[in-house]
Design a protein around this ligand. Structure first.
Ligand code: SAH
Ligand code: SF4
Length: 379
């Protein structure tokens, strides 16, 4: 049955080669298919016109070329944020968001410049999902509120990036950064997430630099240590939100299992092993964790464990969700929080809440799709 076939994007190049070899195909065929999928971004067997039709038919019989179907695509009023709700082959829903920063691309074939020209920082940053739902149950998170459905396969993670890469290619642009901060906890689906990144990283294929990825974790200690040991070039962000364990555990239940000292020890281990900078994420909630006192507490926690030049704090005003009573911080409080951190030597950026008008907070669209059915979300 077609449903049970893996998708093309679930296979590594060696796995694809082995499959083709088992069919008696010449070894260069796997590379042709790989380049078709990851360089030319072809997503249907008939697009592979460089293959004999018998091979195309066999591929179609054994592999699925569509891992996900867009159900709806919303654009923010300023056109800078695009959010897509996808249906997976088993009917689950996930989301991915494209955030555009800086002026339009001017096409430039020079690889040295990464094809990017013009003044200022031009970024096309994708936020992708690793699970349908999430098991971690963070109280302020729309995905956490919907519970865990299932892990995404590596192919389903890869396919989100290829989907936007195709859209951008049509207007002469490309993805510049990928943040693994959509639905789900990436370190709760460790293998598939890292395999997806490796697949997109392959210089023979999509060739997307590992340093252009950032994984965000709620703080799964064993996986942070494993990630450090494996010496990935991928960036790491830790969702902290509170420097006091009781407050943190009241919002992020995982803090009962991995309290702050264990988490910070693991982060220290990561920084020592990799000498890479780590980012802390902090959703600013009015009157809860946005006070100067909270900022001083955070600065003290960071200094206790880490060299401050290898840390950064991303503070994001809370995105309101249906089942969480907290409110977003005010602009003034956010600035005070940042300034207090900086006075204490910790660098901090206040991030914009992108696409608030299209519910770009992760999980918000999928929750609605699950509840209301899909009729309102047809493209
Ligand atoms: N599961 C991972 C990655 C996905 S969530 C993690 O928790 O890190 C990505 C980021 O969005 C996390 O920092 C998370 O805490 C934050 N987040 C979730 N819901 C939010 C909300 N309603 N407002 C602001 N940030 C939110
Ligand atoms: Fe899961 Fe991250 Fe949401 Fe927590 S914040 S429920 S870990 S997606």
């Amino acid at each position: 049955m077609n449903q049970l076939n893996p998708t093309l994007y679930d296979l590594s190049l060696p796995e694809l080669s082995a499959l083709l070899e088992s069919w008696g195909e010449k070894s260069y065929r796997a590379r042709q298919i790989w380049q078709g999928a990851y360089r030319n971004l072809w997503d249907a067997p008939e697009a592979f016109s460089n293959l004999p039709s018998a091979l195309r038919a066999r591929l179609e019989e054994h592999l699925d070329f569509q891992a996900l179907q867009p159900v709806t695509q919303l654009e923010s009023r300023d056109g800078q944020t695009v959010k897509t709700l996808f249906r997976l082959r088993d009917g689950q829903h996930i989301e991915a968001v494209l955030m555009k920063y800086g002026e339009a691309f001017t096409p430039d074939p020079s690889p040295a410049e990464g094809g990017v020209k013009g003044r200022g920082k031009i970024r096309r940053t994708l936020c992708i999902s690793t699970q349908a739902g999430c098991a971690m149950g963070c109280t302020f998170c729309a995905t956490g509120q919907m519970g865990f459905r299932r892990n995404l396969s590596s192919g389903e993670i890869v396919a989100q990036v290829l989907y936007y890469a195709r859209q951008l290619a049509e207007i002469g642009e490309r993805v510049t950064n990928v943040v693994v901060m959509g639905m789900g906890e990436p370190f709760h689906n460790y293998e598939n997430t890292l395999n997806a990144i490796a697949r997109l990283n392959d210089p023979q294929g999509f060739n997307f630099g590992a340093r252009r990825f950032t994984i965000s974790t709620v703080g799964l200690v064993p996986q942070i240590r494993r990630f450090a040991d494996e010496q990935h070039q991928v960036g790491l962000a830790i969702s902290l939100h509170a420097a006091d364990n009781d407050l943190r555990a009241s919002m992020l239940p995982i803090a009962h299992k991995y309290p702050l000292p264990a988490l910070m020890e693991a982060v220290r281990y990561y920084v020592e092993r990799t000498r890479r900078r780590v980012t802390f994420e902090w959703a600013l909630i009015d009157g809860v964790n946005d006070t100067p006192e909270a900022a001083r507490q955070l600065a003290a926690l960071i200094k206790q464990y880490l060299p401050i030049h290898l840390t950064h704090v991303n503070a994001i005003p809370l995105n309101p969700t249906e089942n969480f009573r907290g409110r977003a911080t005010s602009r003034k409080q956010a600035r005070l929080f940042r300034d207090t951190l900086e006075k204490n030597g910790i660098s901090c950026t206040i991030r914009l809440r992108r696409g608030i008008d299209i519910q770009a907070g992760c999980g918000q669209l999928a929750v609605r799709a699950g509840r209301e059915g899909e009729t309102r979300f047809q493209i």
